[in-house]
Design a protein around this ligand. Structure first.
Ligand SMILES: *Cc1c(COP(=O)(O)O)cnc(C)c1O
Length: 402
């Protein structure tokens, strides 16, 4: 079988379901927002309604913001992070988890993830703790809620605050608990690819309404709710969501439960099919995970089986076969964004690589598929597995001496 990359016929001749999904409901919501005449949240009601609906769904009080990166920055401001404070982040995550700490004046400390769930490894936390450790930010990787019991117990023991990065975890449930039920701040993203979206957008979920007024002021140049006299209580930035985004997100939230259910069902099919392919290891799931909304369908190559397969080539070949595949995030410390944190008494890349073998493996051998492949049919999932098997067998064929 000739690879599509080499001029062969692609496995997929038609596309997977489109993302973002929309229909007349988004059009109507946008018109409704436009016709309010006031397009910022202070003059309209869409963002406020969205906050009530999103908070009720996730078990907490919601403040909508401009994007997920800002939700993390605002949360750290609310936690009173001070210059030089250390914040533990997973070494394997999208860079915002770590960049937000830098922008808030803190020092992100990368810690390795669990090889099965790809979430922060509670057993690795203690080695990273110093007297400056203030916050730990578990990321619910691809929708799988991190081991909040173990992380929370460790944090309580040492006076460290937990702040969830839930940018992948809209509607996720662990041990019967939603993101808002863990009693910590959580940051969400509504960027174009995420599980519900307005193109851009984010939310800070507060465990209760206690600090909502303060959070509101801090997302609005320090101005309290209803301020008309330029009362700036803190030197904070402007992270206000537009009414257009709020209106669209109300509709998107309305579809979340059904789409999460569909992705869970398709992932059962797809992960089983992936496991049939030698040397392909899909992201695992611990028994406490009740609902994983599957922001990404993730897998990695077993280096013992596929030592000679170039992961970047594999992803290019999958894309040519019509599969929406992407390379995994690199470990955060391998980005230029992190370079300022190397040296001056802080560990270098080689030392960090040694401490974070799982993140190294996932960054180099891992790949993911956009969740829209899970919004289709079981036959769509079979096509994904067929394309992957085709690309890997072509790679194995190349290895054989002529
Ligand atoms: C998308 C994402 C963010 C940032 O969200 P934006 O809305 O893109 O700023 C933060 N953390 C993780 C893990 C993400 O995937």
């Amino acid at each position: 079988m000739v690879l599509a990359l080499d001029g062969g016929t692609p496995v997929r001749r038609h596309d997977f379901p489109a993302w973002p999904y929309h229909d007349d409901a988004e059009r109507e919501a946008l018109v409704r927002a436009v016709d309010q005449g006031q397009w910022w949240r202070v003059g309209g009601s869409e963002v406020t309604s969205f906050e009530a609906e999103f908070g009720a769904y996730h078990g907490g009080t919601t403040l909508a913001v401009t994007n997920g990166t800002h939700a993390l920055e605002l949360g750290l401001e609310l936690l009173g992070l001070e210059p030089g404070d250390e914040v533990i982040v997973p070494a394997f995550t999208f860079i915002s988890t770590s960049i937000a700490v830098q922008r808030a004046g803190g020092v992100p400390v990368p810690v390795d993830v669990d090889p099965d769930t790809y979430c922060l490894d509670p057993a690795a936390l203690e080695a990273a703790r110093t007297e400056r450790t203030r916050v730990v930010i578990p990321v619910h990787m691809a929708g799988h809620i991190a081991d909040m019991d173990a992380i929370g117990a460790w944090a309580d023991r040492h006076g460290v605050v937990v702040f969830q990065d839930a940018a992948h975890a809209h509607g996720a449930v662990r041990s019967g608990r939603r993101v808002g039920d863990f009693g910590t701040l959580a940051a969400f993203s509504f960027q174009n690819g995420k599980l519900m979206t307005a193109g851009e957008g984010g939310a800070l979920l507060l465990p209760s309404a206690d600090r909502f007024d303060e959070a509101f002021a801090r997302h609005s140049c320090g101005r309290p709710i209803g301020d008309t006299h330029y009362e700036h209580r803190s030197p904070s930035s402007n992270y206000r969501m537009t009414e257009f985004a709020g209106a669209v997100l109300r509709v998107q939230l309305g579809r979340l439960a059904e789409q999460n259910e569909r992705r869970e069902s398709r992932w059962k099919t797809l992960s089983a099919a992936l496991r049939e392919i030698p040397g392909v290891v899909p992201q695992g799931r611990d028994p406490h995970c009740d609902l994983n909304p599957h922001y990404m369908a993730m897998a990695a190559l077993d280096p013992e089986v596929h030592a000679d397969v170039d992961r970047d080539h594999l992803v290019r070949a999958l894309v040519a076969e019509g599969i929406p595949a992407f390379v995994n995030y690199p470990p955060v410390y391998r980005t230029e964004a992190h370079a300022a944190l190397i040296g001056n008494g802080l560990p270098g890349v080689d030392e960090l690589a040694e401490r974070n073998p799982v993140s190294e493996h996932l960054g180099a051998r891992g790949f993911w598929l956009h969740h829209r492949v899970l919004l289709g049919t079981d036959a769509d999932c079979a096509d994904v597995a067929e394309a992957l098997a085709k690309v890997l067998s072509a790679a194995a064929g190349k290895k054989r001496p002529a």
